[in-house]
Design a binder for this molecule. Structure first.
Ligand code: AMP
Ligand code: MG
Length: 389
């Protein structure tokens, strides 16, 4: 049976790109940039004062001048102009304002005693160029500021706007269809009989997708009836770039999903992975569309969603963490074990196995323990997948 690493490789090998689109910069948070953004002018674009204070010619201070005639005040947003009197003139200047030509240092207001049109410099020491953020000293015009593939967070949006970008080219997000099946599922709000269950997977998948920035999602449900499931799958394939099914991929009498996916033109890439939970995982491709057949067991669904679907759609995101307690391994298969993440590492939660959905509510994610002889020891580093980005 396929290993987790091989299954992941196949998923990634069949990862089609979803193209690009243009979005307003105000709507681009969390999106992946698809263009190079260059400085449209020098950074900073002018000699900029870093302080509120006075600006004058350093040469004057060096010659022993301590009292300066105030020529005018330069506020941020005004042109700096030129210092008229280099011998003992100064300007009052505000943070962010353009330093006038001829001024070669700024002395902060705290070190200045101002009276009428004079300013006395009380600084014990002044350096040439101090508190002047020189034009182009951070980046020259034309320098690359942002590159394709970067996720647009607060700092990067800020940089893009500083370069004048109102619209950004970003990777298009896939449309996602969720297909659930099962006669035992009862919609929320309806009474459930003892042998029925609530459709937790649909909501859980939806929530996880949303947290990972995938918003364009539609759900389709079918009872355990071949024709009904076929109709739901057909609609799902028409809607989604990616179809995620939950349930119906095992060996049961009504586990029609792989068969129906194939009937609708999907090519099976793999079925079954040596892992627990999630062994019956199915993955296929229908033209440019991908189909993930997640096992219905709620823990399996969420683990496989995170491990395969989100990892391939929202970027690689495993980290390596030390175990805070030993965990039993298997020689035959990979174990995914729910854990709490602390500053020190990953601690397994009380967990009754793959049917124990409730255990996940106290977990932050899970660790991946590849097959091997013997325990995973306390302190050993293992791959960790958080439920949330
Ligand atoms: P299946 O793979 O269809 O045999 O489902 C395996 C287990 O997962 C069964 O106990 C189902 O009741 C359960 N299951 C399937 N779909 C869902 C769902 N949408 N929400 C919660 N549990 C489900
Ligand atoms: Mg079922």
């Amino acid at each position: 049976m396929l290993t987790v690493a091989d299954a992941e490789k196949r998923v990634l090998r069949h990862a089609p790109a979803f193209g690009e689109e243009r979005v307003a910069v105000a709507d681009a948070a969390g999106r992946v940039l698809a263009e190079t953004i260059r400085a449209d002018r020098d950074y900073p674009p002018y000699d900029r004062s870093k302080m509120d204070g006075i600006a004058f010619a350093f040469a004057a201070w060096k010659k022993g001048v301590r009292s300066f005639r105030v020529e005018r005040t330069v506020q941020a947003g005004e042109p700096g102009g030129r210092l008229r009197n280099a011998a003992n003139g100064c300007v009052r200047i505000m943070t962010g304002a353009e330093v006038p030509a001829g001024c070669t240092c700024v002395v902060p207001r705290e070190e200045v005693v101002a009276a009428d049109d004079h300013a006395a410099c009380r600084a014990e020491h002044v350096e040439p160029d101090q508190f002047i953020h020189r034009r182009g000293s951070d980046r020259a015009k034309g320098a690359v500021l942002l590159t394709p593939g970067q996720v647009l967070d607060g700092p990067r949006i800020s940089v893009a706007v500083s370069a004048g970008k109102a619209v950004l080219r970003v990777a298009r997000l896939p449309r996602i269809a969720i297909v659930s099946s099962g006669d035992e599922l009862v919609e929320l709000g309806r009474p459930v009989k003892a042998w029925q269950i609530r459709p937790s997977n649909i909501y859980g998948i939806h929530a996880a997708l949303r947290l990972w920035g995938l918003q364009d999602v539609q759900g389709f449900h079918a009872p355990d009836d071949r024709a009904a499931l076929r109709r739901a799958m057909k609609r799902a394939l028409a809607f989604g770039d990616v179809v995620i099914t939950t349930g119906g991929v095992s060996e049961g009498d009504v586990d029609f999903m792989p068969e129906i996916a194939r009937e609708l033109g999907a090519r099976q890439i793999f079925h079954k992975v040596s892992q627990r939970p999630g062994k019956p995982l199915w993955f296929g491709r229908a033209g440019s569309k991908r189909v993930f057949g997640l096992p219905g067991n709620p823990v399996s669904t969420l683990v496989c969603l995170r491990r395969y679907v989100l990892s391939s759609l929202a970027g690689p995101s495993a980290s390596s963490v030390p175990l805070l307690a030993p965990i039993t391994s298997s020689e035959k298969m990979t174990y995914f074990i729910p854990v709490v993440l602390t500053g020190l590492g990953a601690r397994p939660v009380r967990y009754g196995g793959s049917g124990d959905l409730a255990a996940l509510s106290s977990s932050d994610g899970f660790v991946e323990l590849p097959p091997r002889k013997g325990m995973y020891r306390k302190g050993e580093r293992v791959a960790y997948f958080g439920w949330n980005p």
